[in-house]
Design a protein. Sequence first.
Lengths: 445, 445
Amino acid sequence: MPERIQPRTLKGFRDYLPSAMIPREWLIDTARRVYRSYGFSPIDTPALEYLEILTGKGSDETDKQLYRFADHGGRDVGLRFDLTVPLARFAAQHIQELGTPFKRYHIANVWRGENTQRGRYREFMQCDFDTIGTESNSADIEMALVVHDLFNAIGIERFTIHVNNRRVLNGLLEKLGLVEQSTSVLRALDKLAKAGAEVVAKELSTTAGASEDQVRDILKLAALEGDNNQILAQLESLLSGSETGERGLAELTEMSNALSAVGVDSKRFCIDVGIARGLDYYTGTVLETFLDDLPAIGSVCSGGRYDNLAEVYTKQHLPGVGASLGLDRLLSALEELGTLEGNSTPAPVFLPFFDADRRNDYLRLADQVRRAGIGVEFFPEPKKLGKQLQYADRRGFRVALVMGVDEFASGQCQVKDLASGGSKTVSTASDAALVVAEIQQILSQ
Amino acid sequence: MPERIQPRTLKGFRDYLPSAMIPREWLIDTARRVYRSYGFSPIDTPALEYLEILTGKGSDETDKQLYRFADHGGRDVGLRFDLTVPLARFAAQHIQELGTPFKRYHIANVWRGENTQRGRYREFMQCDFDTIGTESNSADIEMALVVHDLFNAIGIERFTIHVNNRRVLNGLLEKLGLVEQSTSVLRALDKLAKAGAEVVAKELSTTAGASEDQVRDILKLAALEGDNNQILAQLESLLSGSETGERGLAELTEMSNALSAVGVDSKRFCIDVGIARGLDYYTGTVLETFLDDLPAIGSVCSGGRYDNLAEVYTKQHLPGVGASLGLDRLLSALEELGTLEGNSTPAPVFLPFFDADRRNDYLRLADQVRRAGIGVEFFPEPKKLGKQLQYADRRGFRVALVMGVDEFASGQCQVKDLASGGSKTVSTASDAALVVAEIQQILSQ
């Protein structure tokens, strides 16, 4: 017996116990079901990639956070830090075989050696979907519809999808002759909500060299208010004459009309010229999703359109559009909103083991209930009732099936509703059909 | 534009394209559904662990294959090489909170720097379920029932679960006074199938120092034949007088009776004293599962009972029993057996985009079909029909909804069965109820 080793996880990493994992699996399943319903296919890529693949497109920040090492063959390798770089590499490698449009989802862990003091974890799951190889605005509209269906499927009623188009600001800058300064302008505008118009105006004039008139037009754009149709009307006059701007406006208008046509509640969707998405590579539609009851947690699902996914790896032009669900943030939010069910058991029915001589009868009953598609957990030991019920309590079952000496003698079973405390005694004959019916009755409440 | 980087995966790693990933997700889902139906809960643990955790219990071989490195904080870390060591660490850390019996499943990737010449991958998925904290044979029986239900759920009809109990051989060795030599005996017996009885007899006498009589009894045990009841009867005489042996026999008998009582076909289950499972830590039940039509690929689901899962990390005694589904091996087998459906699309219905002015009408139709729970992929561009059908062909859709100028004019839609080539024109009125009904009709065939 060697000396004992202290059981612990690394800083920034965590175990998922069943109580955390069950809602997590449910959320992942829900996302997959919605992605699939639009024809997105699953893919997976290796956790480890050649280091040069990972550092090819990332920023300095992600490069610094990369888990990297030399493998057994002396190759420089790293753990993926997102699912976008692997998608770019994957698309460059396989797009000839797959054809376009290529619609994929990818739900997998990524790793970043981040500063854990900011409450960040070093291993977390990303949940992305993208359409590659088409410039059609249909794919952008579909992205918004997927997000809409996703939040409905999760059971969140009060959410708002904010949509903007990078071409709107670019069009204005084109009109103003400030295209070269667009990065400085974006950077300044990002501070609008926090620092206010005055600070932004000053920064626009110093770092982007904008004139007073130019500053006024930029701030006017960023401050547009009203319903979607009002904003679109105001954009029309601000952008008229700029080809880029008019294209952005047309795309936003199409998106707005399409969502209305499909019946998306106008409260769930707004055109918001204020959102920019920090990432440089977005070129058209950008999208963020906020929970109306928890706006402070920020966007829980974000994405947009990009021009050229895989230029680092291939000469083939691969435009795309897609979004990423913020799984962990959303799970915390659901917990805070009380939307998650408290269950920590994957099977709703508990079958205590009372009569030590009747194990095979218990097993047969459990089997009959499972055949009706209902999960049953059979306690493995004929322990005292108190012990078994204590176990059941902690697990949060919905139904218990009580079978003791009396029940076996009379060919019956007590079906207990653990929420109401009610109980009904039914016959176990005919493959336990009455037991199953009674359980179904309780579960449907 | 930096120099282009060659897109490629590391040796021993692979991308999963949709055609590989769709059956993979289906198999994982099926395993999860079966595990859950017995009350097993999901957990997850970090991919990275402290190196001392991983090297605490592994063998020299796994130590050598470990992906290890120093992280940003200079800690020695490694990628998990299985899910058993993380389970042991997890149980030692959380069992007080979780209580026993603790039933968990864990489906996740592991990494081993193996020699790829043997056709092995360096990243692969494990799919384990275990019951921790009970010595009851109920948990062993349940393991066999889970495996049985799992293969039924996968749609494999011809499989056989082979069960043995380590106590059977240990009991015989106890009777023969060869307990100290059990490792040598196991090692010799492992060669029986390949090398034959003569070679094994010689090895037993040289390495384990067994007498001629002892060799004869050991080989007699290993060569037992007949149906389950015949084997149990023969074991009774071979083991009588050994407490260990009699316990092993009783456990095997209980398992055999329980499986019969639940209605498991006797063809699906056999007592096989020849299986040993190489791993030292099994102490009671051992189980392997073979496909009757592909016996040569070896066991596709294996497991057993162990005495003390987490002794390296805690003084708490944690016996357990569990098994692991060989996901990749089983997927290859299903492909070979032709059991997998050829579909490479996650949504069964294809909606081509013909009339460029009607995008919103297409989107509305797709939405109506999705609300009936049927996935629809809408082509993003109003390309030529041939291009769109070529795309659809490659994806393997079951149904196409054809809506052109004529159909829009008459408020109708052609529902095409892509397998039979048949087609029916139905009204799109009333939320496309007739379209949905026609699709359901085709999908149910």
